[in-house]
Design a protein around this ligand. Structure first.
Ligand code: FA5
Length: 369
């Protein structure tokens, strides 16, 4: 212990007053002990070890002391700062250990808890059927073509030989867009994709066009206002009805199996001439006519055949509208509603089940994702 320094006036340099230094150390140690978290300790460190802390101030004052007093004051302040630094380091280690302990408890993962099972989704059968048909045709060299659901009236009707006064224009109940003179409709069929393709491309053309269409039909057992069609168009030199029959047969076999047989009947569509309706042999009664019997076949109603969709040779007028010379090229087109085909194939009684989007319905058709 050194004796009192007579050159050292603790009143003038109160920061170096031993009592003040001891008090600063005690205060620092108490604050360090009271710090309950690493954040609190950080604040304590700034207050008691930072540039403006009492001990840092005392340290700065040493420089102003006479040389004879510097050593003792330096030793005292140094020891004081050392105690505070040591206490801070010890508390830091303690608080870090507490934090790590808490994290281990709070973030513990119980690997024995049963996992939440999220059921797999299933692709909708409409999508599956469309995809299967598209894949098969693409595999034979056909291309996929698409068009917008919001379509110009001209492409949806006029270019398909359905002029404004054509009675058949009323056959498809149409959603018109406001204002009515905008000339836009929600497409009622995928046939405008035929026109778009013929306007864009030179023959030969072989396209398959799946898509969503809209009609102002109420939802009932066989109708829905939003449904899907798939349509094929072929334009080339020398195409005939025989090619159309061949393509139709390929189409229904992909959809309903290799045994399926088709027949065609005369029908009318303004954009095909001649036009046909395609039927396929009922897969339940295999064509046995059960008209008038006590129990007519429930799938086909007793006729032995099921209506599939429309088809025909592309009308020469439509070819000319699209800039294709009908004396050089000919073509055929056919299209059908996928919902109806699905109903027939799988005996789905109501359209509701198809459109409601309940995954349990989709799951019956497989879990392909
Ligand atoms: C057409 O839409 C023609 N574009 C098909 C076509 C293409 C003919 C190429 C010739 C050449 P249609 O209006 O008949 O034709 O409709 C086709 C199919 O859509 C119908 O056979 C039916 O299966 C389905 N369909 C029609 N309205 C609805 C509806 N509201 N809900 C579900 N399916 C429907």
């Amino acid at each position: 212990m050194s004796g009192p320094n007579t050159n050292y006036d603790p009143v003038e340099v109160s920061a170096l007053d031993p009592a003040n230094i001891d008090a600063a150390v005690e205060e620092a140690l108490a604050a360090i002990a009271a710090a309950g978290s690493l954040d609190e300790l950080k604040a304590v460190r700034t207050a008691h070890q930072g540039d403006r802390s009492p001990l840092a101030l005392a340290n700065r004052e040493i420089g102003a002391l006479p040389p004879s007093a510097k050593a003792e004051a330096g030793k005292r302040v140094g020891q004081a700062r050392g105690r505070v630094a040591q206490a801070l380091a010890t508390r830091q280690v303690e608080l870090e250990a507490e934090r790590d302990e808490r994290i281990l408890v709070e973030e513990r993962v119980d690997v024995t808890v049963p996992a939440v099972r999220r059921p797999h989704g299933a692709r909708h059968p409409i999508e599956l059927v469309a995809q299967r048909l598209v894949d098969a045709f693409v595999g034979s060299g056909w291309e996929v073509a698409e068009g917008p659901e919001l379509e110009s009236e001209w492409l949806n009707f006029d270019a398909l030989n359905l002029g404004p006064d054509h009675p058949a224009r009323q056959m498809q109940d149409t959603f018109f867009l406001d204002p009515v003179d905008s000339g836009l409709v929600l497409r009622t069929q995928t046939s405008p994709v035929q026109i778009r393709t013929m306007l864009e491309k030179e023959p030969p053309i072989y396209i398959v066009a799946p898509g969503k269409v809209f009609r102002t039909d109420d939802l009932d057992a066989t109708h829905t206002p939003v449904f899907h069609q798939i349509e094929c168009l072929a334009i080339d030199k020398g195409l005939t009805m025989a090619h159309l029959r061949g393509a139709l047969d390929a189409f229904v076999r992909i959809m309903f199996g290799p045994e399926t047989r088709t027949r065609v009947r005369a029908n009318y569509f303004p954009f095909t001439e001649p036009s046909m309706e395609t039927d396929f042999l009922c897969f339940t009664c295999h064509g046995e006519e059960t008209w008038g019997s006590a129990e007519p076949c429930r799938t086909c109603g007793g006729s032995g055949w099921i209506e599939l969709g429309g088809s025909g040779m592309v009308n020469r007028k439509v070819l000319r509208t699209c800039g294709i010379d009908p004396d050089v090229y000919s073509g055929f087109a056919f299209g059908l509603g996928i919902e109806r085909a699905l109903q027939l194939r799988h005996g789905v009684q109501g359209m509701h089940e198809i459109v409601e989007g309940d995954v349990r319905f989709s799951q019956q058709f497989g879990m392909e994702v």
